[in-house]
Write a new protein. Structure first.
Ligand SMILES: CC(C)CCC[C@@H](C)[C@H]1CC[C@H]2[C@@H]3CC=C4C[C@@H](O[C@@H]5O[C@H](CO)[C@@H](O)[C@H](O)[C@H]5O)CC[C@]4(C)[C@H]3CC[C@]12C
Length: 856
């Protein structure tokens, strides 16, 4: 019987179980689901001839650079255009907190995406990493099954091929549930996976752990003995697993009368060695046993038979011998209890990984992960981490509930939105994220460089909250790509504001410093220095080098002449101040804002109060040329000028206030004159064929103004009627006029309703831009339109294309996508900010029953 609320993803479900404590909202699918459409990454053969001709120079320069990087220097390139990651429609919630590495499980239960070395991903499903259930009645094993639908060629002695039609997966990040009906057994298992991702928590949120709470429901009239065995390979499925020298050992850890037991798997690599720990909570009525070492490439019979015999493992004492070269080793831990007739019991297991000190690719500096503030940094913390996770997860869940509940219980919000909002957050942990401590002996000079002395709170902030960085995308390996973080930053400032503040301090330091090293830029072939003083960098470096130390890994364009980066800094500074009221931050950032605005003013070449783009792709749309005044950069500019006025006012800087008030006055007039066409703002003022393109992101400036309570009344920058008309035009053309209104908004649309194919990126949908656009619509009262716009992206990515937990930067209407697991979609949190601020502005209800004003 199918479930009453089953959507298309649950079509194959034949079970009746609903599981125990499964959230109502989220992303749910049957383990037997198959996605019908399978897309390909964008590659050279997809490039239209005109673009091939336009980009031949780039292609050749890139290839030369790529060859040197990968073949001679043996490094990962920051973007590997020659080998995009193929789409695997398998991913579910990642395990782990922020910045300690992540291990992603698939929705079918596999352990399949690994990021233990910071920023570097391995996409290997490790087949030995499984949960197995054993049921016994009256002292006899009656059922033993690996809870996996796989039928692998290794571990042939195990009973594989669980029927996926009797199970479903439900994700609501940072938790996920898998509900298994055990055919013929009248037993239902619900595995709840919990990671410590807790807003406003800067301690437990950093822990490299995940907990699996197994709820066992016995529908029989007799007791059943249940064991859950957790097996894990020593490693991540790469060739390193076979290098030799790895070993396992059992452990128990007791504190405050609570005990956990399990196995440590020491992975002894030269660089970034780590220890994995599988464990379970041991208490009256729950026994924990283990199997220290087995060969996961063999039949696995020794483990299977051991469990089959009595529902327990042998539990030998002592460590295993270190592996020989070529040999792989695995371990298992098993938790067992008796579930009374018609009763229910819980078994608690955990996975922890301890890689406290990390080197990036350059191996120049040793970094201590954030969690070493609370746990040992000697590589021996895995037992304590396991114990902490297994004894604290209930508190984590309470906090997660308290945070999520008001949103989940708001019946005015559509279910898809609740899923999108929480599940897109996965990228904050699984974006190659790293969160490190400042070394205790670190002096000001080390952090601020030769020129960062004016930042009074730099050291206190970094000492207290550490340093945070996440990748632009799992395929675009640049940390804190700033033009993109602009969109994603809403998630950080709303949920972990101190990390956003810390990140901003890091950017501020790079602004005031420079890197005079010359290099060639690939798009146009010119040579220029890596980083100019008083401009915002594109990124703070790449994982295969030394981030923070060497910035601007991106060398497609010289971003010193990009028009959006400096503005995005100013906009974020004020937005952060508006949301946190942190006036020390504002004071520190003010001179930096002034400096970058001075640099930006040079782009107003005709002195009309409005900056001009340079006739190349000089902003986040880095393959879409802009010439002259533009809706996107011009709009960001005016918003930033407005915020400069606001900040000058707050700080009592009259001279600067006067200066930017005058610029704003002139600039607004120029913007309207040069770009407003009666319905929307033109793409640019160059009067080329594509000047009149309708850009979905044309109201980005208004988006940020609205998020900061500006953009209207005294602080109106763009006439309200123009903003609303532009948004309605985008909705009509870019949303409803594209793919039947079901795929979000295409970046560029010609006025006659055909997507703008003048560049690769104008013809794409950028999911993060669409969520930002939806937020802008909500801010301006076009709430239904906003939800409809965003829904198209969610349904396309999560339900149709099978890209859960890897939302890409972009897709086209047909066939292709670009850059999986990308930062920008975190902008969905700006929708939430817009909704919350609408709710707080709504007039107090006159009737007592008006429950909630978040009414889409
Ligand atoms: C001569 C060949 C046969 C054909 C060559 C065509 C190629 C040169 C182009 C085909 C696809 C282009 C790339 C598309 C995307 C890119 C991403 C960009 O990096 C980041 O992109 C974000 C936008 O998505 C941006 O906001 C971030 O700041 C960037 O960090 C870099 C350019 C490019 C790689 C682009 C380059 C040209 C093609 C490879």
């Amino acid at each position: 019987m199918a479930m009453a609320d089953a959507g298309p993803l649950m079509r194959r479900y034949e079970g009746a179980a609903r599981g125990r404590g499964v959230a109502a909202a989220g992303w749910r699918l049957c383990l037997a689901h198959r996605f019908e459409e399978r897309r390909q990454p964008y590659c050279a053969s997809d490039v239209p001839l005109a673009d091939v001709l336009r980009h031949v120079g780039l292609g050749l320069r890139y290839f030369r650079w790529w060859y040197k990087k990968t073949r001679l220097e043996k490094k990962y390139p920051f973007i590997d255009l020659l080998s995009a990651i193929p789409l695997q429609q398998i991913y579910g919630c990642p395990l782990g907190g922020i910045g300690g590495g992540t291990i992603t499980r698939g929705w079918r239960g596999e352990f399949c995406r690994w990021q233990l070395n910071p920023g570097i991903y391995h996409y290997e499903t490790v087949i030995a990493d499984q949960f197995t259930v054993c049921l016994r009645r009256k002292g006899q094993t009656v059922y033993q099954q690996v809870l996996s639908v796989e039928k692998p060629s290794t571990l042939q002695g195990w009973n594989w091929g669980y029927c996926g039609r009797y199970a479903f997966y439900h994700a609501l990040y940072p938790r996920a549930w898998t509900v298994y009906e055990l055919p013929g057994q009248n037993v239902v298992l619900t595995c709840r996976q919990v990671s410590p991702v807790i807003p406003h928590d800067y301690q437990d949120s950093s822990l490299p752990v995940g907990v699996f709470i197994w709820e066992v429901e016995n529908g029989n009239d007799e007791d059943v003995d249940v064991s859950i065995m957790f097996s894990l390979q020593n490693g991540t499925g790469t060739k390193e697993d076979k290098r030799g020298g790895h070993w396992n050992e059992p452990f128990t850890f007791e504190k405050e009368g609570k005990q956990v037991a399990g196995v440590l798997l020491h992975h002894c690599t030269e660089v970034n060695p780590f220890t994995l720990a599988i464990s379970a909570r041991e208490k009256a009525g729950t026994g924990v046993t283990h199997f220290t070492a087995f060969n996961p490439t063999g039949s696995g019979k020794e483990v299977w038979q051991d469990l089959l015999q009595d529902g327990r493992l042998d539990s030998p004492a002592g460590r295993s011998t270190p592996t020989e070269k070529g040999e792989v080793v695995a371990a298992a831990v098993c938790a067992s209890c008796t579930v009374p007739a018609r009763g229910h019991r819980t078994l608690k297991l955990a996975l922890a990984w301890d890689m406290p000190c990390v080197h990036f690719g350059s191996k120049e500096k040793l970094h201590l992960r954030r969690y070493t503030r609370y746990f040992s940094s000697k590589g021996d913390a895995a037992p304590a981490l396991s114990h902490y996770a297994l004894t604290r997860y209930e508190e984590w869940e309470k906090k997660i509930d308290a945070w999520q509940k008001p949103i989940l219980e708001n019946s005015h919000l559509p279910p898809w939105y609740k899923s999108a909002l929480f599940n897109e957050l996965y990228f904050l942990t699984d974006g190659g994220t790293i969160w490190v401590e400042l070394p205790p002996d670190c002096c000001a000079e080390d952090v601020q460089g030769p020129a960062g002395a004016g930042l009074s709170q730099l050291l206190p902030v970094l000492r207290e909250y550490g340093r945070f960085a996440y990748l632009e995308g799992q395929e675009y390996r640049m940390y804190n790509t700033y033009d993109v973080h602009f969109y994603a930053s809403f998630a950080l400032i709303m949920l972990w504001p101190k990390l956003q503040i810390s990140l901003q301090y890091d950017i501020a330091v790079t602004v005031v410093n420079e890197d005079v090293q010359p290099r060639q830029y690939l798009m146009r072939g010119q040579t220029a220095q890596v980083k100019l003083k008083n401009v915002v960098p594109h990124d703070i470096g790449e994982p295969d080098d030394e981030p923070w130390q060497r910035v601007n890994a991106y060398l497609i364009h010289d971003t010193a002449s990009w028009k959006d980066l400096n503005l995005k800094f100013v906009l974020q500074v004020y937005r952060d101040y508006y949301l946190t009221h942190d006036s020390l931050y504002l004071r520190d950032m003010w001179p930096v804002c002034q400096a970058v605005m001075e640099s930006e003013l040079k782009f107003d070449t005709d002195n009309d109060g409005l900056i001009e783009n340079g006739g190349f792709a000089d902003q986040t749309y880095d393959a879409w040329v802009v010439t002259g005044a533009s809706a996107y950069c011009g709009g960001l500019w005016l918003a930033a000028v407005c915020m400069m006025c606001k900040m000058a006012d707050v700080l009592g800087d009259g001279e600067t206030l006067r200066k930017y008030t005058a610029i704003l006055q002139k600039g607004k007039e120029a913007f309207e004159r040069l770009l407003w066409n009666g319905k929307y703002y033109n793409y640019d003022s160059s009067e080329s064929v594509t000047s009149s393109s309708i850009m979905s992101d044309q109201c980005a400036g208004q988006w940020f103004l609205g998020a900061c309570g500006l953009g209207q009344g005294q602080f109106e920058v763009f006439p309200k009627s123009h903003v609303v008309s532009a948004l309605k035009t985008i909705f009509e053309k870019n949303v409803m006029g594209f793919a039947g209104g079901t795929m979000g908004a295409v970046n560029g649309m010609t006025p006659d309703g055909v997507p703008d194919t003048s560049s690769i990126q104008s013809n794409e949908v950028w999911i993060g831009v669409v969520y930002a656009l939806a937020a802008t619509m909500i801010q301006e009262g076009l709430v239904q339109e906003g939800f409809h716009t965003a829904e198209g992206c969610y349904r396309t990515v999560w339900e149709r294309l099978g890209m859960a937990f890897q939302t890409p930067e972009a897709y086209c209407e047909k066939k292709v996508f670009r850059s999986l697991a990308y930062m920008r979609p975190l902008s969905i949190w700006s929708m939430q900010l817009a909704l919350e601020s609408r709710a707080s502005q709504a007039p107090a209800p006159t009737e007592p029953t008006q429950a909630n004003s978040l009414n889409p």
